[in-house]
Design a protein around this ligand. Sequence first.
Ligand code: NAX
Length: 325
Amino acid sequence: MKQPVRVTVTGAAGQICYSLLYRIASGEMLGNDQPVILQLLEITPALKVLEAVRMELNDCAFPLLHDVICTDDAKVAFTGADYGLMVGAKPRGPGMERADLLKDNGKIFSTLGKVINEVASPEMKICVVGNPANTNAYILMKNAPNLNPRNISALMRLDHNRAIYQLAEKADKPMNTVQKMTIWGNHSTTQVPDITHTTIGGEAAPSLVDATWANEEFIPKVAKRGAEVIAARGSSSAASAANGVIDHVRTWVLGTEDGDWASMAVCSDGSYGIQEGLIYSYPVTCKDGEWTIVQGLENSAFITEKMKASEKELQDEAETCSDLF
Ligand code: NAX
């Protein structure tokens, strides 16, 4: 049996985590031979609900779950952590501007970044989920200089999976035949879902669907899917977001399949002309716990313009929060 790994999850009493934690504990994220210790962080008023989450985890009798630590102390939560799933953040309230959300949630990530810098291993792998995810990851990175920046990422896998569904539905093909989907940019409405290099059953996707659909319907449908779910459900995507986190970490740790890639927001190395250091979504392949940005893709002027607009949004978000790092 492998040694247990420590998975820290913030916002553990919230909606996303109610779908996420049980799947981590059952082995879906790190493999069914990998025992886990869950280190769950919440704000003090949510500790009672978190205790119920712990009771239910225990009542599942998961063989791989070695311990559950519940705390409102970030130092306790991040000590010895191998993985950090940063879900905890405030949702946007009525009348709240995006800039206000940036500032409020940015503060959470600057504080946690400092704690992580102090107590966590530099090799801890981080996936930021709380919105605005890319900029929160950027703020965390700037406040945690001891961490390897390659280990800080933000969730784009939900957008990636949403895009696979929309394309498979349009082409009337099974979802598991879709490979090489790409989401460029920010986890926001400026994201760029791109099927230029995607294949369906080995055939080029652009030859199977109409270009007008791809540019005028598919892109906004995927980019605004979160709002569509909120309108129907009254709160933001939870089960599908949790599923995205499971897929994101599993791919990162256990690798991409041959002939496929995934979308991850990672620290840009300047690839595709994007400003170095921004947390920007790229197509990546993963092997042995390392991601590599797919190189050499030819992008149309249409896609390139959208990629630059999403980069500009990230630059502006970083500027808005510049007092936090
Ligand atoms: P909930 O409001 O249900 O849960 C958030 C939890 O975080 C709460 O229990 C709260 O007490 C806790 N929390 C707040 N501040 C904290 C802190 N400083 N330390 C620890 N815990 C803290 O929201 P939920 O539906 O779970 O969504 C969480 C975040 O994910 C939100 O920011 C949401 O916008 C974001 N999302 C991100 C997605 C993505 O693809 N990146 C998609 C889904 C979702 O919109």
